[in-house]
Write a protein that binds this ligand. Structure first.
Ligand SMILES: [Zn+2]
Length: 416
C-alpha cells in the first residue's frame, strides 16, 4: 500500500509557478535531518476559479522534483473532491481528500445505524483511552445519535473511495476524509465513532481532517480558545492511536490540519502534542504561497509593485463578491482597508509590511491580507500579464515563498 510519511506538508499555489521554491523549503528541513514530505494540493474550487486542470499540478510537482533532485516521496492531492468532481483528478493524483462535509447530518438508514451500533459494543459505556485523563462515558443513545449524524457522510466517502479504487487500483493512493468545512466541530468522542464507521466501511484511511474548535480564517492566525484547541488536538491524537488498534485502520493514520494558512499560535501546541504521542501530522498551507507571490512582486518594486497595487485595488472594488464564497473563513474589517489613493502612494516596504504575516510589524494589516488572500481571482483574470510578471520578478518571489514556508511554518512545526 502507498503509505504516507510521518510528517507531510500541503503546499501548492494558484498558478503552478512556485513548486521549486516550495520544495526548497522541504530540502532545508532535510538538511536539518527532518523529512517533511511535500504534498501539492489544489482544490476543485481553486481549479474552477483559475480555469486550470489538475494535471498541471502533477506537471509542476514532477518538474520541481526533477530539477532539484528530490529523492524522498512527494504526492499530488486532489483536494476537497466529491463524486461529481473527482474524475479529472484520478490520473494525476495519488492522494485524495474526500470531502463529505455536506453529507453530515443527512438522514442515515435507521437499520444501518442499528447494525453499526450492534457491531460496536465497545463504544458504549465507560471507555478509557491511553493519553486521555477522563474516560469517555457514553450511552447507546449517544452512539446512535452520533452514528445517525455521520453515517450518511461515511457511506458517501465509501462510494467515492471505491470509485477511485476502481480506476486506480487499491493501495495505489492515499485516502483522506475531510469534514472540516462545516459549522460545528467534531469532538474527540465523535471522531472515535466516525473512525469506527470509516473502518467498517472498508476505507483504508490515512489522514482525517476534522473540524476543530475555533476559527481558521484564511491567511491569519487562529481565533479561538488556544487551551481548548490543545486539549482537543491531544485527545484526537489519543483517539486515532486507539482507533488504529481497535478497528484495524492503517498504522499510518494521522490528523490532517486544514489550516487556512498561518496558524502560528497553534504550531507549538501541535509540535508538543506530536512529540507526546510520537504521532505524525499533515498540515495544509497552500494559500500562504499566493500571498508570498504578491509580496515578492511588491518587494521587486517598479512594475512588480504597481501590479501588486493593482491587485489590491481591484480586489477592493470587488470586496463583496470575492468575500462571499469565503464568508465562514474570513473576518475583514472594511474600515481598516486603506483607500486606493493611499496604497497608490506606498513604497515597497509599506506594501510588504501591510501584507506580510509579521504581527510584530506595526504596519501589518490583517484585513488587507485576508482580502488579498481571497483575491486571487483578480490575478487569474489578468492571465498572462500576471504570469509574465511573476517570471520577471522570480528572484524576489521565490525568495519570499521559500523563506515563509521554512521560517514561519516548517521550522516551528517540525524542526525547532
Ligand atoms: Zn479543508
Amino acid at each position: 500500500m502507498l503509505t504516507i510519511s510521518k510528517y507531510t506538508f500541503g503546499v501548492g499555489d494558484r498558478f503552478a509557478h512556485q513548486a521549486q521554491a516550495q520544495l526548497r523549503a522541504c530540502m532545508m528541513a532535510a538538511e536539518h535531518g527532518v523529512t517533511v514530505v511535500p504534498v501539492w494540493n489544489k482544490s476543485n474550487r481553486e481549479h474552477t476559479i483559475i480555469g486550470s486542470e489538475p494535471s498541471s499540478v502533477r506537471a509542476a510537482a514532477d518538474a520541481a522534483v526533477k530539477a532539484l533532485g528530490w529523492t524522498k516521496p512527494y504526492h499530488v492531492d486532489a483536494d476537497h473532491i466529491r463524486l461529481e468532481t473527482v474524475d479529472r483528478f484520478v490520473a494525476p493524483s495519488d492522494f485524495f481528500t474526500i470531502d463529505v462535509a455536506d453529507n453530515i447530518g443527512k438522514p442515515a438508514d435507521p437499520a444501518a445505524v442499528k447494525v453499526f451500533v450492534d457491531k460496536h459494543p465497545q463504544l458504549v459505556g465507560e471507555l478509557k483511552i491511553a493519553g486521555i485523563d477522563t474516560a469517555f462515558q457514553t450511552t447507546r443513545a449517544d452512539v446512535e445519535r452520533v452514528a445517525a449524524k455521520y453515517l450518511n457522510a461515511v457511506q458517501e466517502a465509501g462510494r467515492i473511495y471505491r470509485h477511485i479504487a476502481n480506476a486506480k487500483g487499491e493501495g495505489n493512493f492515499i485516502t483522506e476524509v475531510s469534514m472540516d468545512e462545516t459549522d460545528h466541530p467534531q469532538t474527540p468522542p465523535e471522531l472515535l465513532v466516525i473512525l469506527a464507521a470509516i473502518a467498517a466501511e472498508g476505507i483504508p484511511l490515512q489522514t482525517v481532517a476534522p473540524k476543530f474548535t475555533g476559527r481558521f480564517n484564511k491567511g491569519v492566525d487562529y481565533v479561538g480558545d488556544v487551551r481548548q484547541f490543545e486539549k482537543e488536538f491531544n485527545d484526537d491524537l489519543a483517539v486515532i492511536a486507539f482507533a488504529v488498534k481497535e478497528f484495524g485502520l492503517p498504522a499510518s493514520l494521522k490528523l490532517s490540519v486544514h489550516s487556512g494558512s498561518d496558524k502560528f499560535s497553534l504550531y507549538p501546541i501541535i509540535r508538543n502534542a506530536l512529540r507526546r504521542f510520537d504521532a505524525g501530522v499533515h498540515v495544509k498551507t497552500a494559500g500562504t504561497n499566493w500571498l508570498e507571490e504578491v509580496i515578492g512582486l511588491a518587494e521587486a518594486g517598479g512594475a512588480g509593485l504597481d501590479m501588486a497595487k493593482d491587485i489590491y485595488v481591484m480586489a477592493l472594488g470587488k470586496l463583496d463578491a470575492l468575500c462571499a464564497p469565503y464568508a465562514a473563513v474570513i473576518d475583514i474589517d472594511a474600515t481598516k482597508l486603506p483607500s486606493e489613493a493611499e496604497v497608490r502612494g506606498w513604497i515597497s516596504q509599506q506594501f510588504t509590511a501591510a501584507l506580510r504575516h509579521d504581527p510584530t510589524n506595526p504596519g501589518f494589516n490583517p484585513s488587507l491580507r485576508q482580502l488579498i488572500h481571497v483575491g486571487f481571482k483578480v490575478a487569474a483574470v489578468m492571465g498572462d500579464k500576471y504570469l509574465r510578471m511573476l517570471e520577471s520578478c522570480e528572484a524576489s518571489v521565490s525568495r519570499n515563498v521559500t523563506a515563509n514556508l521554512y521560517d514561519r511554518h516548517i521550522r516551528p512545526l517540525f524542526v525547532g
